[in-house]
Design a protein around this ligand. Structure first.
Ligand code: ADP
Ligand code: MG
Length: 521
């Protein structure tokens, strides 16, 4: 029962000494509470989070969230495993069974900023499809116009021919608007197709598997460039696909255009993947020539790391559930622990688990049965909500309250908000650590004294602490003699494709430039 000071003071039996003591005690309590509140605001990370107003929740919640924690030893173990998988992917003896495929991309020349040309780029590989017209002006200057097109869900999982016809229709509409249709000039296209492909040349690539929610029939094992070109020719569009890359390569190229230390491209968006510049003598699967430059960009397809169970040491029951309810169970295990397509869902499953254990939303029993609310439905907690929640720093929780309202929890308590923010922080920090461990393997392997990583993707771009969490973790894992830098790549998948296309077909680019100048006159 709480003290009632007023009642105590009215009691005739209380001596003045007791009264003084009570006053002293009350003052100490008030000052102590004020000091503690100030301390909490000043050090939110360490102290405020775990001290819910119902402190008995701490231990139980921590126990649930413990499964998300990865120790430094485990990270080193993961790095070691990844390097083994990489070597298996690069060796002709083991490539066939390898999980991390390490596809050579046939991209060997890195731009230096002097490239000139007018090129089209198509970007397909996740949330949207984009068509871009890019003008490389030399001196690291680029101008571009672009348009985003939606890919309807029915097309994402429909007939493959229909998908490529849809892409060609979007291209037609864009070129018409830009007045470059039927001009007598054949525009080179760089196609950013961000799905795992076995490349047989710069403009020839067979899809090995769909990922990220796509599942069109008749495309796996087919040459994607041919399927695209057939659809373009069918519509008599004056454009030719001269290069296929994925978004990691585009990101690396676009970053290298401005910063010559760039050696790695990383995507943290709908999915996750990385590429890096490898010496040809380490690429046993290389089938091209050994002329200068003796290097090639390797598209790792690292999202598949763990598909053979090697990440089971850190997988949680939430990861298993996300995987089982996905379109590709058992596949892309690393990706499912990191990327935007899955992060919000992991958070949602943890929230539901805590709710079932009566550790969260205690005042909301009345809404428990309302299974129509987003909280109870797959995908109901968007990954962008994780960013929104984590933007809250203090104790007001204005963003968190808004998000909780969106998923169907009205008037959440302070504890509810603090716990949800804590969950988001743990899930996103784990993802950042895993991505950091992957990059550390690459940076240590490349071993140059100065290495820049070009990064793209909305998760990295918009999450308030993903970059910071990655950097902190990388500092502990990377050889001290190496300086590294993470640079946000500005629209790498579009610009990078244009650069590869330009480097691939110089003559086509020059023609486009001539055409461009004549139309402007
Ligand atoms: P893509 O990878 O498809 O090319 P993006 O890089 O835009 O496209 O990534 C889209 C993914 O990023 C989505 O899965 C989405 O969940 C996630 N995302 C979008 N906005 C945010 C945000 N504000 N914070 C964190 N993740 C986000
Ligand atoms: Mg993208």
């Amino acid at each position: 029962m709480p003290f009632n000071f007023a009642q105590i003071f009215q009691d005739d039996l209380i001596t003045s000494m007791v009264r003084k003591t009570a006053y002293g005690l009350a003052t100490t309590c008030v000052l102590g509470a004020a000091a503690y509140a100030g301390y909490c605001v000043a050090a939110p990370e360490k102290h405020q989070l775990r001290h819910y107003r119902h402190p008995e929740l701490n231990d139980q919640i921590e126990k649930v969230l413990d499964s998300l924690k990865i120790t430094d030893d485990q990270l080193e173990q993961i790095m070691h495993l990844l390097e083994e998988e990489m070597n298996a992917g690069l060796s002709p003896l083991t490539h066939h069974q390898a999980i991390v495929k390490m596809f050579p991309t046939y991209v060997r020349n890195i731009p230096n900023g002097t490239e000139i040309g007018q090129v089209l780029a198509l970007d397909l590989g996740g949330t949207n499809f984009r068509v871009l017209l890019i003008d490389l002006r030399g001196n690291s200057r680029i101008e571009l116009t672009s348009k985003i097109f939606l890919i309807p869900q029915s097309v994402m999982i429909g007939d493959g021919k229909r998908l490529f016809r849809h892409l060609a229709e979007c291209l037609h509409e864009f070129m018409q608007k830009e007045r470059i249709l039927n001009t007598g000039v054949c525009y080179p296209i760089g196609f950013t197709f961000s799905f795992p492909c076995q490349q047989e040349g710069l403009a020839s690539a067979r899809l090995t598997a769909w990922t990220k929610g796509f599942d069109c029939s008749g495309v796996v094992n087919e040459d994607v460039v041919k399927l695209l070109q057939d659809a373009i020719d069918e519509k008599r569009i004056n454009a030719k696909c001269v290069a296929l890359i994925n978004d990691t390569v585009g990101t690396l190229m676009a970053c290298a255009y401005k910063d010559p230390s760039t050696a790695i491209g990383l995507i943290l968006g709908t999915g996750t993947n990385a590429c890096y510049i490898e010496n040809l003598d380490k690429v046993g699967t290389w089938k091209g020539d050994y002329n200068e430059p003796k290097q090639v960009i390797i598209n790792m397809e690292w999202g598949a790391f763990g598909d053979n169970g090697r990440l089971n040491l850190i997988r949680t029951k939430y990861d298993e559930e996300v995987d089982l309810s996905s379109m590709n169970p058992g596949k892309q295990i690393f990706e499912k622990m990191i990327s935007g397509m899955y992060m919000g869902e992991i958070v949602r499953l943890i929230i539901l688990d805590l709710l079932q254990q009566e550790l969260l939303f205690l005042g909301h029993r009345d809404t428990y049965g309302d299974y129509k609310t987003p909280l109870y439905n797959r995908g109901g907690f968007y990954t962008k909500f994780v960013s929104t929640v984590e933007i809250d720093e203090g104790i007001q929780f204005s963003n968190t309250r808004r998000v909780l309202e969106d998923i169907g929890i009205r008037n959440p308590t302070y504890d509810d908000c603090a716990i949800v923010r804590h969950i988001c922080r743990q899930v996103s920090k784990r993802a950042a650590k895993l991505a950091a461990a992957g990059l550390a393997v690459l940076i240590n392997r490349i071993g140059k004294s100065n290495i820049t990583v070009g990064v793209d993707g909305s998760l990295y771009r918009y999450h308030p602490r993903f970059k910071h969490n990655m950097e902190r973790c990388m500092e502990t894992l990377i050889n001290k003699s190496i300086q590294f830098k993470l640079t946000l790549s500005d629209d790498g998948s579009g610009k990078g494709a244009a650069m590869v296309a330009c480097l691939a077909d110089d003559s086509l680019c020059k023609k486009s430039v001539v055409h461009n100048e004549t139309t402007r006159d």
